[in-house]
Design a protein around this ligand. Structure first.
Ligand code: HEM
Length: 421
């Protein structure tokens, strides 16, 4: 284990600018180790992380949305923190949202969500994405330059999820305004507190109540009338919270991922030529980009019982930081992990979308949004490059990164190009 001081993942701005250096440092300290700043256990090993994701008896998601703060307010009396977790569940950020639920409650709410993301609805949504991509590119193609995040990634991610759910167009602007005003979760040095999505709930309450009165054949309509597995009808607020987390979860993440993807492509002209010539390679390319440039750096769990992981003793009630980006660079799982190799045989084994019961329900959307965006951008625009005027010359680029320990991405990405002949 390295003895040198390690940065504080939760407060140190250097980690925002270069999370990869932190991932490497963290991996060099072991598959599981205790970080000194908050006393949390950092998981960097791929196998160990999958073990944590899959074992909901040993590890609770109660703190999945909160960072290392706050832990339990009391020391567990012995080797079992289960009772305290239930007693204090309500103090954890976003405890109203299924991302922090454990079974059996999680199963019911997740079931509500998954029954709605049907292959038919996803296919219709994908058709919409192809049209939308071209419409957005039309707004800047002739100009020869664009600020990709504001002019493409954010509106694309918003309109895709709004289309999926059936959110009326008249409300898109206000919903977006509220999300921007709220900012992303996990700002460096700050605690995530309370119900992170409360600012969206009145809109979705209106949609669900209206659809309970007048059924409508859209995702929100189906969600409004769906029942739990035992046949009982969920409270309106339960449905609202499933809808808001889909709506909000689908934007900041997807928009940042598209930014990370284009930032890489714009730096590599040879890659652009190859993907243009062989567009069938794009899905594998996007998959490898998820492994190396995922917009979600970490998630959290709490040990229900005293346990060991990779030989490290973890006391009941401890916080685990699942460092997704580090596990996706585990050389025990990925040969030459730092290299971008879209052809690696296990390209889909990354943990960018987590694993197990909480694994990302938005994965099929992202796996359509990424390839469609790339295909259309490469088809419509030639010679994509980073704007030196805005980001400086190759080798010493300047970017403003979103200052959060949860998400990874740039606030603005200025691109230049020629409209394809
Ligand atoms: C590249 C983009 C995305 C990445 C990397 C990502 C990553 C993740 C990860 C790692 C988790 C698991 C968290 C945990 O187990 O603690 C998760 C859960 C979740 N994601 Fe995503 N996500 C992305 C896009 C989306 C989109 C587009 C949506 C919505 C359409 C979405 C909605 C959700 C929801 C609702 C959960 C909670 C699921 C549950 O707790 O059962 N995500 N995501």
């Amino acid at each position: 284990m390295s003895e040198a001081r390690i940065a504080d993942f939760f407060t140190d701005v250097s980690v925002i600018e270069d999370p990869v250096a932190y991932f490497e440092d963290a991996r060099n300290r072991g598959a599981v180790w205790r970080e000194p700043h908050h006393g949390a256990f950092v998981v960097t090993g791929h196998d160990e992380m999958v073990e944590v994701f899959r074992d909901t008896d040993r590890f609770s998601s109660c703190n999945a949305f909160g960072g290392p703060f706050p832990g339990l307010p009391e020391e567990p009396p012995g080797d079992d923190a289960s009772a305290l977790i239930e007693q204090y569940r309500h103090i954890f950020p976003s405890h109203e949202s299924l991302i922090t639920f454990d079974p059996p409650m999680h199963s019911d709410h997740r079931g509500l969500m998954m029954r709605l993301l049907t292959p038919r609805r996803l296919k219709e949504n994908e058709d919409f994405m192809w049209r939308l991509a071209d419409e957005l590119i039309d707004t800047f193609a002739a100009r020869g330059s664009a600020e990709f995040i504001g002019e493409y990634a954010q509106p694309f991610a918003l309109l895709v999820i709004a289309d999926l759910l059936g959110v009326p167009e008249a409300d898109h602007g206000e919903l977006r305004r509220r999300m921007v005003a709220k900012g992303p979760a996990g700002s460096v040095g700050q605690r995530v507190e309370g119900n992170f999505l409360a600012h969206l709930e009145d809109f979705f309450t209106g949609y669900v109540e209206q659809r309970r009165r007048e059924p409508k054949d859209d995702v929100l309509g189906k969600m409004a009338l769906a029942t739990f597995s035992d046949g009982s009808v969920p409270e309106v607020i339960d449905v609202v919270r499933v809808a808001t987390i889909l709506f909000a979860g689908g934007q900041g993440t997807a928009a940042r991922f598209l930014g990370n993807l284009l930032k890489h492509v714009a730096e590599h002209p040879e890659l652009q030529r190859r993907l243009r010539a062989e567009p069938e390679q794009i899905p594998a390319f996007v998959e490898e980009a998820l492994r190396l440039f995922s917009p979600v750096k970490c998630t959290f769990r709490m040990a229900r019982h005293t346990t060991t992981l990779a030989g490290v003793r973890i006391p009941a009630g401890s916080t685990l930081v699942l460092l997704l980006g580090a596990a996706d660079r585990d050389e025990r799982r990925f040969e030459s992990p730092a290299e971008f190799r879209a052809q690696r045989p296990n390209v889909r084994e990354h943990v960018a979308f987590g694993r197990g019961i909480h694994s990302c329900p938005g994965a099929p959307l992202v796996r359509a949004e990424g390839p469609i965006t790339l295909e259309r951008m490469l088809h419509r625009l030639d010679d994509l490059r980073i704007s030196e005027a805005h980001h400086g010359p190759a080798g010493s680029r300047r970017y403003e990164y979103t200052p959060t320990y949860i998400l990874r991405g740039v606030e603005a990405l200025h691109l230049e190009f020629r409209p394809a002949g």
